[in-house]
Design a protein around this ligand. Structure first.
Ligand SMILES: Nc1ncnc2c1ncn2[C@@H]1O[C@H](COP(=O)(O)OP(=O)(O)OP(=O)(O)O)[C@@H](O)[C@H]1O
Ligand SMILES: [Mg+2]
Length: 352
């Protein structure tokens, strides 16, 4: 099994794990103020109000939950809340919180108005989640000290903090947890115009000289996802720097060919999915399980990464009986662009 298909198996192929250096660049590209966060104006409006009111009262904001696809700004918004509140942020990944005590220690040291960012919050263990409920609601920590017979329950008061939760799977969140967030915001994929603005801002931060065509090429292939947009920009910057030229549309096109990222940002696995559907299920809609069996692509990759984008791009539609290619999707496969040669190994693996 090649590296690329291993990465496909855990569903992470479209947003490959970045190297530490890449991760640092990603962090450096995060907008730090609400005003610099591109798009999602209703979220910015709502958050702006919540933050302004909390600052006026000199209190922590309500607990806030962000849900939406990977790479669309959940962590970025959590950091923005902390920055705008002038408060520190602690970051925990829910699956890494093994014991109630781990969470208790963090909660106990979170200062007033501090932000505790809990990522992948749908993966919190049940007993840990129960401690969190009381902390969120009453700002109290109820824990057992000691072991066995001699264990005694104690209740500690907590400072009024803000829990910011993030999840890609809103439906998997237990209702008691969901209900304890004062505000829930849904993030969605971005338009090409919004991605152009994000890429332009990132290029300015990186000191890259670019033209308008380059922005369009990169934005159109970023699958509605700011993280992918920034990653494509970094690769385009690499080529422009190596050549000692500005980042033009032609350079951007060349990078997309090198990475085998086609029109609409389609990659090998999207094309494999579409070709298989066309070949084997042209007559009737098909479900993701059957598509997984027919393509060998894990069902989670199909449902979380491939289908949402193909639908957003208008190439696929969901019907009551399953998924089917749209006329545009079929025309795309008939079209002059044939990327089927790239169906074998995935091109975006092994980021330098
Ligand atoms: N609205 C936006 N405006 C500008 N940049 C953005 C925006 N949303 C995301 N980004 C950029 O995209 C990158 C990924 O965003 P972020 O890490 O916040 O995504 P996420 O939703 O937390 O993803 P995951 O679910 O994988 O944790 C960041 O580097 C950030 O710079
Ligand atoms: Mg995140």
């Amino acid at each position: 099994m090649s590296n690329s298909s291993m990465s496909l198996a855990d569903g992470s192929a479209l947003v490959p794990t970045a190297s530490p250096a890449e991760a640092r660049v990603e962090i450096s590209l995060r907008p730090k103020a609400l005003a610099d966060f591109v798009g999602h104006d209703h979220i910015k409006g709502g958050l702006g109000l919540i933050i302004a009111a909390a600052r006026r009262r000199d209190e922590a904001t309500d607990h806030i939950l962000f849900h939406g696809p990977p790479g669309t700004g959940k962590t970025t918004l959590a950091a923005i809340i902390a920055a705008e509140m002038g408060a520190p942020m602690r970051e925990l990944s829910a699956p890494a919180v093994q014991k109630v005590g781990d969470l208790a220690a963090v909660l106990n040291s979170t200062p007033r108005k501090g932000v505790l960012f809990l990522d992948e919050v749908h993966r919190l263990k049940t007993e840990v989640a129960e401690t969190l409920y009381a902390a969120m609601e009453d700002y109290k920590l109820s824990i057992l000290t000691g072991k066995g017979e001699g264990a005694t329950p104690i209740t500690l008061p907590l400072e009024r903090f803000t829990l910011v939760g993030a999840t890609t799977e809103f439906g998997a969140l237990p209702a008691p947890l969901r209900d304890r967030f004062g505000q829930v915001f849904a993030l969605d994929l971005y338009t090409v115009e919004e991605l152009r603005r994000i890429i332009a801002a990132s290029a300015d931060r990186l000191g890259v000289l670019y033209d308008d065509d380059a922005l369009t090429v990169l934005a159109e292939r970023a699958r509605g996802t700011p993280r992918i947009a920034n990653r494509l920009l970094r690769r385009a910057r690499d080529l422009a720097e190596v050549r000692g030229v500005e980042l033009t549309g032609a350079v951007a096109h060349e990078v997309m060919d090198l990475l085998r990222v086609g029109p609409f940002g389609l990659e090998a696995y999207d094309l494999k999915y579409m070709h298989t559907m066309q070949r084997s299920y042209a007559e009737h809609p098909v479900g993701p399980q059957s598509m997984a069996a027919a393509t060998g692509i894990p069902v989670i990759t199909i449902t979380e990464q491939i289908e949402p984008w193909l639908m957003k791009a208008g190439l696929l539609r969901r019907t009551r009986r399953g998924r089917e290619l749209t006329e545009q999707g079929r025309a795309f496969l008939r079209g002059p662009i044939d990327l089927s040669a790239s169906v074998a190994p995935l091109a975006l693996e092994g980021e330098p």
